[in-house]
Design a protein around this ligand. Structure first.
Ligand code: ZN
Length: 369
């Protein structure tokens, strides 16, 4: 590292030699500057008022010079000063340019192909859920959601499932482990239907109630072409004064026309659910064959040539259920319905295996984009 020497001789030759050594050091140092902190160190080493090289040159060469040499030394010191300022400036440009070039190189490599980001699309099941929900929203229903992990009370007891009902069987229900020490009604399970949200909602609200409840549910079904341990339900509930079975039929008939077109027809046949009385299964005229049971000369498979597709379960809310939520069954009445969104999506899109919806194969899913 260069340090300023005391001059023993002030001859022209000696001065030239001293200046030449200093310039060589300066030249080497400014070219080595690579970044801002190195540049600051370089600048301070040469230009700092206290102990900077220029200050030392001034003290050791000019001030110490004999009278007759002062003029020659002063001239050289001025030149050195100018040269140092110049070098500090050039060193700054050097590292800044280098950094700028590096940033530019990192930011854009115009020889690379562009980045294609594939556009996402709504999953066919979620799309179906949204379509169904929006039909009921347009009828003034609000959307309610609830927990997927439920208590036995909300999933079964409050919905009028007797203790020996087959749906409570471990064949159907996925129970959370380690709950045996709790009373039965507090034991946790994965909800087997979205109906617990009906109870949770009516506990908080007073009639009139019009709600639609979309959500995932779980059952202990081994996966195959038509079963999945997880699937999607949409339930609806309307409770008010003077609600009759005609309101149920009119509402669901309208909903099916909104979903499948104005030529869709509906048909009801008796059924059983623990929480509705009377209960019914609703059929909709097959929207694939138009209710004829045939596609050209081929039989229509989705409706098994009957021209009808079973699409949802429904019924008038069992008065026993009102007892659980403090409604007076003599004053209010209502209806409930529930359907499987996955099944409707399967029919709508002509999918032959429910597993395709859930195994995440983009080649399958991108057909719906
Ligand atoms: Zn058909």
């Amino acid at each position: 590292m260069y340090t300023v020497p005391k001059l023993k001789s002030y001859t022209t030759a000696a001065l030239d030699k001293a200046v030449e050594t200093l310039r060589a050091a300066l030249e080497q140092e400014w070219k080595a500057v690579k970044n801002e902190s190195e540049w600051k160190a370089f600048r301070d080493r040469w230009m700092a008022r206290k102990n900077g090289i220029l200050t030392e040159v001034n003290d050791l060469w000019l001030k110490a010079a004999p009278k007759d040499a002062k003029r020659a030394v002063g001239q050289r010191v001025n030149e050195i000063k100018k040269q140092v300022e110049d070098s500090v400036h050039r060193a700054e440009s050097l590292y800044k340019d280098a950094a700028g070039t590096r940033v530019a190189l990192d930011a854009v490599d115009i020889t690379l192909p562009g980045i294609r980001r594939p556009l996402g699309a709504e999953h066919p099941v979620i799309k179906t859920v949204h379509e169904i929900v929006s039909v009921f929203r347009n009828l003034g229903y609000s959307v309610q959601e609830g927990p997927v992990i439920e208590t036995d009370y909300y999933n079964f007891e409050a919905l009028n499932f007797p203790p020996n009902h087959p749906a409570r069987d471990t064949q159907d229900t996925l129970f959370i482990a380690g709950q045996e020490s709790k009373p039965q009604r507090e034991r946790l399970l994965l909800r087997t239907h979205t109906s617990p949200v009906q109870i949770r909602t009516v506990e908080k609200m007073k009639p009139p109630i019009r709600i639609v409840i979309p959500g995932t549910v779980h059952r202990n079904d081994p996966p195959d072409a038509s079963h999945s341990p997880m699937f999607h339900q949409i339930e609806g509930l309307a409770v008010d004064t003077n609600i009759t079975f005609r309101d149920l039929k009119g509402t669901l008939d309208h909903a099916m026309k909104a979903l499948f077109g104005s030529s869709a027809r509906t048909s009801f046949r008796p059924s059983f659910f623990p929480f509705t009385e009377p209960s019914a299964e609703m059929m909709v005229s097959c929207f694939i064959c138009g209710g004829t049971g045939k596609r050209g000369s081929e039989p229509c498979r989705p409706c098994k040539q009957t021209g009808w597709i079973e699409i949802l379960g429904c019924g008038m809310v069992d008065p026993n259920v009102y007892g659980f939520v403090d409604y007076d069954p003599k004053k209010v009445s209502g209806f409930a319905f529930g359907m499987g969104a996955d099944r409707i999506a399967i029919l709508k899109y002509g999918v032959d295996d429910i597993q395709l919806f859930f195994n995440g194969d983009v080649r399958f899913l991108e057909q719906f984009g």
